[in-house]
Design a protein around this ligand. Structure first.
Ligand SMILES: Cc1cc2nc3c(=O)[nH]c(=O)nc-3n(C[C@H](O)[C@H](O)[C@H](O)COP(=O)(O)O)c2cc1C
Length: 324
C-alpha cells in the first residue's frame, strides 16, 4: 500500500511539510509504504496546452512528470495533496503538477482507459493558511475534487487549518496530532487487512505486470498486489501495454521494480512465482505458489493476447482460491 504525499510548499520544513510528515508517519503505523514528493524541488513545467495528450494520450513535455511523477500517481494507493494556501488555492508549483495530470484525464475520458487502481485509490487534502477567511479552502477543495477525479482517486477527506502563518506554527497546533490520527484511521483501516500478494518474475515487464494489474482491478478492495523482478527491466514491454489497452486497462505509466526493494518494506503473505521459485527472494512465512506459465518463445501480439487471457483467468482462480 503506497501512500504518495505531494508536498506543495516551497518551504521544506514549514507548516505543510510538518503536517504531511506526521500524516505519513501515522500511515506507516498501518503498514503503508510512503513517498514524499517535494514538488518545488522537481522540474515540472506548466501545461502548454499542446493538446497532444487529448489526441495521442501522452504529454510531449520532457520533465520530471515523465521520468517520475506519472508513474508515482499510478503506483499510489492514496494520494495526499498537501499545500499552503497561496491566494486562495494551492501553490503554483503544485498547480503545475495538477494541470499536467490532464494527460491522465485524457487517458481516462478520451481514450476510455481504466487504471488498475481506479476503484480503490483514495485522495486526501492537507492545507494551511494564515488568515481566518470563511472561504479560505474553497479553491483547494474544488481543485482537489477535479484533480482526484483525473487521477482516479476518491476524495476521502481533508484537514485544513486557519491562522497558521509562521514556519513552525503547525508544530504547536493543539489538535493536529489527534486530527491526523483519526483521519489516517478512517483512510487506511478499511485497507489494512487486505491480503498482501507479491508477483515475482525475472524482468517484471510483462506477465508479472499483467498479473498485478488484474489482481488490483478485480479484487483491489481485498488484495494489496505488488509486483517485482529479480532483474527488473528498464521499462515495461510496450506490446504488453497495447494488449492490456485492448481490454481498456491502462498500463502506460507502470514500471518494473526490483523485488528486493519491494520486500524491504512490504511483507507478502502469498508469493506468486511466474518465472520459477528460483527468482523469488526468501520471504519468511509466505506461501509460495509456482504458476509455471508456458514459456514465451516469440513475443508477438497474438502470443501476448493469449498470455493476457491466461493470466487473467489464473488471477480469477487465485482470488476464488483465497476465498477473501
Ligand atoms: C504568495 C503567498 C500567498 C499567500 N496567500 C494566502 C492567502 O490567500 N490566504 C491566507 O490565509 N494565507 C496566505 N498565505 C500565507 C500562507 O498560507 C501561510 O503562511 C502558510 O502557513 C504557509 O505554509 P508553509 O509553511 O507550509 O509554506 C500566503 C503566503 C504566500 C507566501
Amino acid at each position: 500500500m503506497l501512500i504518495l504525499g505531494l508536498q506543495g510548499s516551497p518551504r521544506r520544513s514549514g507548516n505543510t511539510a510538518h503536517l504531511l510528515s506526521i500524516f505519513l508517519d501515522e500511515a506507516r503505523r498501518y503498514g503503508a509504504q510512503t513517498h514524499t514528493l517535494e514538488v518545488d524541488r522537481k522540474n515540472i513545467l506548466p501545461c502548454k496546452e499542446y493538446i497532444v495528450c487529448e489526441k495521442k494520450g501522452y504529454c510531449p513535455i520532457k520533465d520530471d512528470m515523465q521520468t517520475e511523477v506519472y508513474a508515482l500517481l499510478r503506483a499510489a494507493d492514496a494520494i495526499i495533496m498537501a499545500s499552503p494556501i497561496f491566494f486562495y488555492n494551492v501553490t503554483a508549483q503544485l498547480k503545475a503538477l495538477i494541470d499536467r495530470s490532464q494527460t491522465l484525464w485524457a487517458r481516462k475520458y478520451r481514450f476510455k482507459l481504466k487504471d488498475p487502481r481506479s476503484k480503490t485509490r483514495q485522495g486526501f487534502v492537507l492545507s494551511v493558511a494564515a488568515t481566518r477567511g470563511k472561504n479560505l479552502f474553497e479553491g483547494v477543495d474544488l481543485t482537489a475534487q477535479y484533480f482526484f477525479d483525473a487521477v482516479d482517486a476518491q476524495y476521502n477527506g481533508r484537514l485544513t487549518y486557519r491562522q497558521i502563518e509562521h514556519r513552525h506554527d503547525m508544530k504547536h497546533h493543539p489538535t493536529a496530532a489527534a486530527d491526523v490520527k483519526a483521519a489516517v484511521k478512517k483512510l487506511l483501516s478499511p485497507r489494512a487487512n487486505r491480503k498482501k500478494i507479491l508477483f515475482v518474475s525475472s524482468a517484471d515487464a510483462c506477465r508479472n505486470q499483467m498479473a498485478g494489474a488484474f489482481a488490483q482491478l478485480l479484487a483491489g478492495d481485498k488484495i494489496d498486489a505488488v509486483t517485482g523482478g529479480s532483474q527488473p527491466a528498464k521499462s515495461i514491454l510496450p506490446m504488453m501495454a497495447d494488449v492490456m489497452a485492448e481490454k481498456n486497462i491502462d498500463m502506460a505509466f507502470y514500471r518494473p521494480q526490483s523485488v528486493n526493494d519491494v520486500i524491504s518494506d512490504f511483507t507478502p503473505e502469498v508469493v506468486i512465482a511466474l518465472d520459477g521459485k528460483k527468482e523469488c527472494p526468501p520471504v519468511p512465512g509466505a506461501t509460495i505458489i509456482d504458476w509455471d506459465p508456458p514459456k514465451i518463445t516469440t513475443p508477438n501480439i497474438e502470443v501476448l493476447r493469449s498470455m493476457r487471457d491466461d493470466i487473467e483467468s489464473r488471477v480469477k482462480q487465485l482470488i476464488d482460491a483465497l476465498d477473501l
